[in-house]
Design a protein around this ligand. Structure first.
Ligand code: HEM
Length: 283
């Protein structure tokens, strides 16, 4: 309640001002000033609900991916070593955009997203007035037709743990997302032919995995904060790798999917991933 009251006070403050007196423009000043939005979309209650959603969506979900990544980096020195080696190829102060381009760091983030499942509850979508036609890509001419009003949903849990895509699905393995490119594209000896074919099928699998990732869902309701979330996670992983940390009273139960509160929840009463800071990391 205190949380809601504080948010409402900020919304009331935005609505009491106009663009001439705004100190800091925000999403909510833009909503307030939008000529396209009808008045019903700008009531204090409507904006309060939007702000509550934004705050919760923008904090809990990135936090989950971060604790999962941190836990595994601290229990799997092999993964941390690879991440640090990649970070060493950058200068001392890389930007978030530079960090996001690092393949292994991105793979760590992606694997953390996979094992936090975005929304664990099924969010049903209903098209009220026309049928939805689902065309089968690999069987041209074949399709499924869902009549108007059909409730459609998908379980992220089932997809992200599909063994045909993610063998040993509960194991944290960033290498699932890495495409090896150690054979130069223009090399053509019989020895490299087989290796190339192997790489092609590995990259096909990675692209199938990418298509199966539903952490941020897909389509028109895709998470609007996904780029911010990935930038935050990239920066925080890079910062964390600079420190020599040791887990404190933390085990896998603190990061594992134990309960479905529409988002994944680890063991009840968990205090999160806690660490002892031993000092700066020196390679
Ligand atoms: C790892 C981090 C995040 C994950 C896994 C995540 C996941 C999701 C998912 C699955 C949805 C779609 C819900 C639906 O099916 O309707 C969603 C929507 C949304 N997310 Fe995120 N999110 C993350 C970070 C963020 C951040 C950082 C923000 C904002 C600062 C944010 C703001 C929102 C908002 C406002 C919506 C609702 C969009 C709409 O109404 O269409 N999210 N998010």
């Amino acid at each position: 309640m205190i949380f809601r009251r504080r948010i409402r006070a900020q919304i009331d403050d935005v609505l009491a001002r106009d663009s001439s007196t705004d100190k800091a423009p925000s999403i909510f000043t833009h909503l307030r000033d939008s000529a396209e939005l009808p008045a019903a979309e700008k009531t204090p209650q409507r904006l309060e609900d939007e702000a509550v959603l934004m705050t919760m969506a923008g904090t809990y979900s990135p936090m989950l991916s971060l604790i999962v990544a941190h836990y595994h980096l601290l229990t799997r020195p092999d993964i941390m070593t690879k991440l640090r080696a990649e970070l060493d190829t950058r200068g001392p102060m890389p930007t978030a955009a530079e960090l996001e381009c690092l393949p292994y760091l991105s793979a760590v983030a992606q694997e953390a997203h996979r094992l936090t499942f975005g929304l664990t509850g099924r969010n049903a979508r209903v098209c009220p007035d026309e049928p939805i036609v689902y065309k089968l890509k690999n069987k041209p001419g074949q399709s499924y037709v869902f009549p108007p009003g059909t409730s459609l949903s998908v379980s992220t849990l089932v997809i992200h743990t599909d063994e045909s895509l993610f063998p040993n699905p509960w194991i944290f393995d960033p290498d699932r997302w890495v495409i090896a490119t150690d054979v130069p594209a223009d090399t053509e000896t019989s020895a490299t032919e087989g290796k190339k074919a192997e790489q092609d099928s590995a990259s096909l699998l990675v692209s199938r995995r990418r298509r199966a990732m539903l952490s941020f869902v897909r389509g028109p309701r895709i998470c609007i904060g996904r780029h911010l979330a990935n930038a935050e996670i990239a920066v925080l992983l890079a910062v964390m790798a600079r420190w020599d940390l040791e887990l404190f009273e933390t085990d896998e139960e603190d990061v594992k999917y134990k309960h479905d509160y529409h988002v994944m929840c680890p063991k009840l009463g968990s205090k999160g991933v806690r660490v002892k800071v031993k000092g700066r990391w020196n390679a």
